[in-house]
Design a protein around this ligand. Structure first.
Ligand SMILES: Cc1ncc(COP(=O)(O)O)c(C=O)c1O
Length: 410
């Protein structure tokens, strides 16, 4: 990597985010992150200076076409794809529905889809609907002691009829990182494909789809300091076995366009592309050099190092608090991100969060669309968990502030 300025401290990173100047502690990042000025500025500039249609011959249109093409290239770099495509869309939920609608055309009655109980409904509901056409849904149970779907559990379910395994790389409620390479290897051994939901992973660590050999990987860019969009990576061979959902006159090998009916948000593409500038700042890379894979990896290594002590501190507090049950691993190790959920033996999650709401701290409660997971863990879905979720730009002082407020309530 070209090195420029040293890796910036937290204050310099926070200064890149206009919203972080306000007196509010954003601890609801698993819901959505803030954006650096470079992203917001790029979207504003696109809409005010170059808001024309793609694909025409005039220079302005060609510039827009290049922006959208470059955003796809950036998304491939971001997920570590040297083979395969980055499909852009409006949200993870939409992209997974689209993928399921493609699989609906090729799956046969009796074929099986394994769904992890730790999943967000975005990677469950679209597959469950295929039951109507005879596809068999099998649930990969969560182990309530370890809060994981275990490899042994998966091994016991895999068979010749398994077509797909759908799981969250990280649960948006539990925060634990699944052993994706091992899961992919197990699925591939019987010819099944893996659809990994990386939404709750992507803000915290560098994605590396090639290293993990995963077939499908999706994440939401609005949770990773970007615009409200999502990216679905598809490996070449997985894409080749599916009919794309776009118009029938568009050639089947016109990728990723064949999988992008209606196209992606153009101003969103401008914003996504501009995120490279912030990643360079995070990585301490030369601002004028291109954003490379090494930059992405260095940026997220820095992010993980900044985040870990925040997670450790909140877990230390919650683990020591009588009546509190941490829902997820109680240990802030490398298998965990800074998404921390808990319940209380006496107090409703709703009441705890209501008491925090007026204090300038943003957290939330609920089932977080991990509806089945809550049911399986015996958590009332109407109330759910209290969830505080950090990313690298949060500060130790914000965590102390949260702990101070929680301590008055708990
Ligand atoms: C783990 C996980 N998967 C999927 C989604 C859905 O993402 P989107 O809002 O882009 O549809 C979310 C949103 O919170 C999530 O946390």
């Amino acid at each position: 990597m070209e090195t420029g300025p040293a890796r910036p401290d937290l204050a310099a990173l926070r200064a890149a985010f206009p919203a972080l100047g306000a007196d509010i502690a954003f601890l609801e990042n698993a819901g959505g992150s803030q954006v650096p000025a470079c992203v917001a500025d790029a979207m504003h500039a696109y809409m005010t200076q170059t808001y024309v249609q793609l694909g025409a011959g005039y220079p302005l249109s060609q510039r827009c076409t290049a922006t959208v093409d470059d955003a796809h290239a950036f998304a491939r770099l971001f997920v570590g794809a040297r083979r395969g495509q980055a499909i852009l869309g409006s949200s993870t939920t939409v992209l997974l529905n689209l993928l399921a609608s493609c699989y609906a055309q090729v799956l046969q009655p009796g074929q099986e889809i394994i769904l992890a109980e730790t999943g967000h409904e975005a990677n469950l509901g679209c597959w469950k609907r295929l039951e109507k056409q005879g596809v068999v849904i099998r649930w990969w149970p969560v182990d309530p002691a370890s809060f994981t779907c275990t490899l042994d559990g998966l091994r016991a379910m895999m068979g010749q009829r398994t077509a797909l395994v759908a799981l969250p790389h990280v649960s948006n409620l539990l925060g634990g990182i699944a052993d994706l390479p091992a899961i992919v290897a197990m699925a591939h051994a019987t010819g099944a494909r893996v659809v990994a939901d990386g939404v709750a992973y992507a803000p915290h660590r560098a994605i590396d789809v090639d290293a993990w050999d995963v077939d499908w990987y999706v994440y939401s860019t609005y949770k990773v300091f970007g615009p409200h969009m999502a990216v679905l990576y598809g490996r070449d061979d997985a894409l080749a076995e599916l009919p794309g959902p776009n118009h029938d006159f568009i050639p089947r090998d016109d990728l990723p366009y064949q999988f992008e009916p209606g196209g992606a948000s153009h101003e969103g593409c401008a914003g996504l592309l501009a995120l490279g500038g912030y990643l360079k700042l995070m990585a301490g890379a030369d601002a004028d050099a291109p954003c490379t894979r090494a930059v992405v990896e260095a940026a997220f290594a820095h992010a993980a190092a900044l985040e870990q002590p925040l997670t450790a501190r909140l877990l230390e507090y919650l683990n020591g608090k009588p009546g509190v049950r941490v829902v997820g691993s109680p240990v802030a190790d490398e298998r965990r991100v800074g998404t921390v959920s808990f319940t209380h033996e006496r107090l409703a999650a709703r009441d705890i969060v209501a008491a925090v709401d007026g204090t300038g701290i943003a957290i939330r409660h609920g089932h977080m669309y991990a509806y089945r997971l809550c049911q399986r863990l015996g958590i009332p879905v109407g109330d759910g968990v209290v969830r505080a979720s950090f990313v690298h730009y949060n500060t130790p002082a914000e965590i102390e502030r949260l702990i101070g407020v929680l301590d008055g309530i708990l």
